[in-house]
Design a protein around this ligand. Structure first.
Ligand code: ADP
Ligand code: MG
Length: 242
């Protein structure tokens, strides 16, 4: 999937949450979005997922205008995991992941759909949870279920908004390893909002630094996440990258 964003602007009332954001994401690329709270990371991701319509600018998915695509079509190409998700208490893990197949199911669930659901559960190491109800899970387990649901969608572009925020370090690394390798092998693309700059440096091919709705800098992690950037953007002096 190739994604091209040009001049994106989003307003909440008179407040510009995104202001002239442009960048591209290539096939197989993992792009990290970092920046302080309120800098526009979630807004940017929701805008690409077509949950927010921008007041200006374009989002092109493989050269096609996403604003003109049907919701069902978007759901076949974009797998989005929001920062804060709502879950259905009375659904099992299996049912929740099965929802990811919905955009692909024409008439009824096929053995192929069930196989994809099983693979997605396995990829996230949560197969043993398949029959549990969502409200029986820890925060980290729920997060893995939602990532599995996105995998079951078999999208071309993953949009993960702080996918590791409920996880301990081992599980953070697990999730990023798994999703990055799926992105690479399947020639998919991934945009991931991260707070942890060390994880961003380790797992992303490209970093986008947002401040107050604008791109402060974009490029290779080691070139972008310099002590000067950290000071300018986060207002702190102490930051160590190996
Ligand atoms: P981040 O994900 O980087 O923390 P957000 O995209 O959530 O940033 O928010 C960007 C800005 O837009 C913030 O100033 C936030 O308060 C504002 N904002 C986000 N969502 C809404 C909303 N639904 N209504 C009004 N303002 C919002
Ligand atoms: Mg956010």
């Amino acid at each position: 999937m190739e994604l091209k964003i040009d001049g994106l602007e989003v307003k909440y009332g008179s407040h510009k949450a995104l202001d002239g954001v442009s960048f591209t994401v290539g096939e197989g690329e993992v792009v990290g979005v970092v920046g302080p709270n309120g800098s526009g990371k979630s807004t940017l991701i929701r805008c690409i997922a077509q949950i927010h319509k921008p007041s200006h600018g374009t989002v092109l998915l493989n050269g096609r205008d996403a604003l003109k695509m049907e919701p069902g079509e978007i759901a076949r190409v974009i797998g989005y995991v929001p920062q804060n998700f709502h879950y259905l208490f009375f659904s099992t893990v299996m049912e929740t992941v099965m929802l990811g197949r919905k955009p692909h199911i024409k008439w009824r669930v096929t053995p192929h759909d069930l196989a994809i659901v099983q693979q997605s559960l396995e990829a996230m190491n949560i197969r043993h949870l398949a029959d549990k109800f969502m409200d029986q899970l820890s925060g980290g387990e729920k997060q893995k279920v939602y990532i599995a649901r996105a995998l079951a969608q078999e999208p071309e572009l993953f949009l993960f908004d702080e996918p590791t925020s409920n996880l301990d370090l081992k599980h953070q690394i697990d999730v990023l390893e798994i999703t990055r390798s799926l992105t690479r092998t399947g020639k998919k693309s991934m945009i991931v909002a991260l707070h942890d700059l060390n994880l961003a440096v380790t797992y992303c091919d490209k970093i986008l630094v947002l401040t107050r709705g604008k791109i402060y800098a974009a490029g290779k992690p080691e070139e972008i996440l310099t002590p000067q950037t950290i000071k300018d953007v986060y207002g702190v002096d102490v930051f160590i990258v190996e």
